[in-house]
Design a protein around this ligand. Structure first.
Ligand code: SF4
Ligand code: SF4
Length: 710
């Protein structure tokens, strides 16, 4: 990650106005979005959108041809091109032919994508943005910081400064007055303009119509007042049929701004009449700019299902801290990272792809059903396969790929860390390592890892065996969690086996684009975990469980190690996370939890992989309540804690404020204990409380339940 990029991230995170506005908005957004979707089956709705949009994306040529025939039959002129330069040249030609001196624009990301304003202004044409947010950032000489709310990063005081300069009058930050000023200024621009330029939210092939959705009504004025109207339509906006507009219009306002409907929906089919009775000159430009290439790429074709609602930005824990400008391009956030990699170049996404924590929040709310984190992982993979790993990564992964060396280095690290360890924590590290303990204490590496302790556990011999996959953190930092798990499973009548050849699950390599390393980790683990016939392979780490159940298969497929796929599938079928297994054992009457004691208030933190990939959230809650805890839910219980594996080491400037917010939400419940099912989250949250001297006890569910067995 380049230094200047890191410093722009740090600057953004320390911009209180930006983080304050985005933070408030995103907190309110979640509540309001939920209300807006009341009574609507979101899963069915997004399934429909994804199906209609993916059909259009798979038939772009047909969509474009049909659209052109129908739009031209209605009187529009249609121009289709792949090249952004040709889009600009076409608009300039139309402007020259019509003696256009001034242009008004309604919000259009496609026009931002090709930097149209600069181009027209350089060619002597005055350009006025008419969406209030766009106009504000045009006056400020900035780029939009959010797809839907371009000026969300600015205060009313900053806006009043800008407006004061524009109208040459000292204005206060009184919002109604500022709106009045904007209205007056923009009205005169509308009336003067010779050409209106708009985008389109939807383009309907069967009717040749474009659909525009706004709240301010500016798009209607842009498309109806000037005598020439040019619409720039990115070809991902196609739907085949007019009826396909309905699902998109149902989702777009709800997902964008949590509204049931925007104030204006304009459907334009052919040119309208001018006031003198002549017809408007309507040009529709179908802009490709690598969208067809994207549609042909198996991994990225789903990106054309995006309806540009910005919902993914609103729920992203990183975006709400850094805003849009650090992305350095027109499109921002996770989806922006993907679009930048395609519309500009893969290389341009090298730094920004690193901002993604892989928390999966965006995927949950996306009305187009885009798997943004998965596409970002693919960008990482392609970048690494193009450029190779960095020297640091190479040396780390060469160790991780050699289990014996890796584990003996961890044992050495346990000894080396001793001088810095107290009470099980490393609170300060020297020299260049000091950053690692700045925001939270680290756990000391265990003097005796789980794999050694396991040999000393006396287990009753049982017929039914279960394999325990510990993962690096339980093995080397939290062996007591492994011991607790063995205790619980013994009670349920299982004999636990611990295959000593098991190694890192490969997640660190995978999330850093080193898929070859992850594939080797997968193979080593498959060999170790399928050598004995067991009923289950259980893990108390959700990231590891995701690797066992899903990632091994994916990695082996991508790395073409197909000879391992059958065994990987067998392993996936047997793999289970801790809470799901224990809940099942309790329900089956194989395990009894001691009930009837009041253990006090507890709150539960959902780990990203457990909640959003494994879809497990109720099981640990039910078990903890059965054990006698009184559950008090925290605000944003399923928001990431900022750990993200190596993320917290690479981007502590982002990880720290995310953790801070999590600690605050935990404390506000008044609970004395916070439970979670992920040792990584335990590391982050326990370390955070230790650093700030907090009184909350942080426990893995396995530790709490092991104490409550009958
Ligand atoms: S990726 Fe999904 S959530 Fe994000 S803007 Fe597109 S449709 Fe909306
Ligand atoms: S996975 Fe999480 S961090 Fe990454 S883009 Fe989506 S919401 Fe943001």
């Amino acid at each position: 990650m380049k230094k200047d990029f890191k410093s722009s991230v740090s600057k953004a995170v320390h911009n209180a106005t930006l983080t304050g506005a985005l933070g408030k908005f995103s907190e309110a957004y979640k509540v309001n979005r939920q209300k807006a979707y009341e009574g609507i089956d979101f899963e069915t709705l997004r399934e429909t959108i994804a199906e209609r949009k993916s059909y259009a994306a798979a038939h772009l040529d047909l969509m474009a041809q049909t659209f052109q025939i129908n739009a031209e039959a209605a009187g529009a002129k249609v121009f289709r091109t792949n090249d952004p330069e040709e889009v600009k040249a076409y608009i300039l030609k139309v402007a020259r032919e019509n003696d256009v001196k001034s242009v008004v624009k309604s919000k259009s990301m496609a026009s931002e994508e090709i930097h149209l304003n600069d181009y027209l202004e350089k060619n002597g044409i005055e350009v006025g943005e008419t969406d209030l947010g766009e106009w504000i950032i045009q006056l400020a000489g900035q780029k939009p910081s959010h797809m839907v709310m371009p000026a969300i990063h600015m205060t009313k005081e900053e806006v009043s400064e800008l407006f004061s300069k524009e109208v040459n009058e000292r204005l206060t930050s009184d919002i109604p007055r500022l709106v009045e000023v904007a209205r007056n200024e923009l009205r005169s621009k509308f009336l003067r303009a010779d050409m209106g330029i708009s985008g389109a939210n939807i383009a309907v092939a069967e009717t040749g119509s474009i659909v525009l959705v706004t709240n301010e009504g500016n798009a209607r004025l842009v498309t109806t007042l000037p005598r020439v109207h040019v619409a720039i339509v990115g070809i991902e906006k196609f739907v085949e049929k007019f009826e396909d507009v309905v699902p998109v219009l149902t989702a777009l306002p709800r997902s964008a701004t949590a509204q049931l409907l925007t104030s204006y929906v304009s459907i334009i089919t052919g040119p309208a009449q001018n006031t003198d009775g002549s017809m408007k000159d309507l040009h529709i430009i179908l802009m490709d700019n690598r969208r067809t290439d994207m549609a042909a790429d198996d991994k990225f074709k789903q990106a054309l299902q995006c309806i540009r609602c910005g919902s993914c930005l609103n729920v992203c824990p990183v975006f709400r801290l850094v805003g849009g400008h650090v992305f350095g391009s027109v499109y921002t956030g996770g989806i922006g990272t993907i679009l930048t990699a395609w519309f500009e170049e893969m290389q341009k996404s090298e730094d920004i792809q690193g901002l993604c924590l892989q928390c999966g929040n965006c995927k949950e709310v996306c009305p187009g059903k885009l798997d943004i984190p998965d596409m970002i992982l693919e960008i990482r993979r392609r970048l690494v396969s193009q450029k190779g790993q960095t020297l640091v990564q190479k040396s780390i992964f060469s160790v991780v790929n050699n289990r014996k060396l890796f584990h003996s280095m961890l044992r050495t690290a346990s000894l080396a860390g001793k001088p810095f360890t107290s009470g099980g924590f490393i609170r300060h590290l020297p020299f260049f390592l000091s950053e690692l303990t700045e925001m939270r204490s680290l756990p000391a590496i265990a003097a005796e890892p789980f794999r050694d302790r396991f040999e000393k556990i006396a287990q009753p011999k049982q017929k039914e065996k279960i394999a325990f996959y510990a993962g690096c953190l339980i093995d080397f930092a939290y062996p007591e969690m492994g011991e607790a798990l063995v205790k619980i499973l013994n009670k349920a009548g299982f004999e636990v086996i611990f295959p000593q050849e098991q190694t890192c699950c490969g997640a660190p390599a995978l999330y850093n684009g080193a898929w070859d390393v992850a594939a080797q980790n997968a193979i080593d683990n498959i060999k170790a975990l399928t050598a004995t016939d067991v009923s289950y392979v259980v893990s108390a780490c959700p990231t590891c469980t995701v690797a066992l159940k899903h990632e091994f298969l994916k990695t082996l497929d991508v790395e073409k190690k197909t000879e391992w796929v059958a065994q990987a599938q067998k392993l996936a079928d047997k793999s289970i996370d801790f809470s799901t297994l224990v809940k099942k054992l309790v329900d089956d009457g194989r395990l009894n939890i001691a009930e009837g004691v009041e253990l006090g208030k507890i709150t539960y933190h959902d780990s990203c992989h457990l909640k959003r990939t494994l879809r497990v959230s109720e099981q640990p809650r039910e078990l903890l309540q059965k054990a006698g805890f009184e559950l008090s839910e925290m605000f944003e219980c399923d928001m990431c804690c900022g750990m993200g594996g190596s993320y917290s080491l690479k981007l502590p400037e982002i990880s720290a404020p995310i953790l801070e917010r999590k600690l605050k939400n935990i404390k506000e419940t008044g609970a004395g204990t916070v439970a979670m099912d992920c040792p990584g989250c335990v590391l982050q949250i326990r370390g955070g409380f230790d650093k700030e001297g907090g009184k909350v006890t942080v426990k893995h569910t396995v530790e709490l339940l092991a104490e409550r067995l009958k």
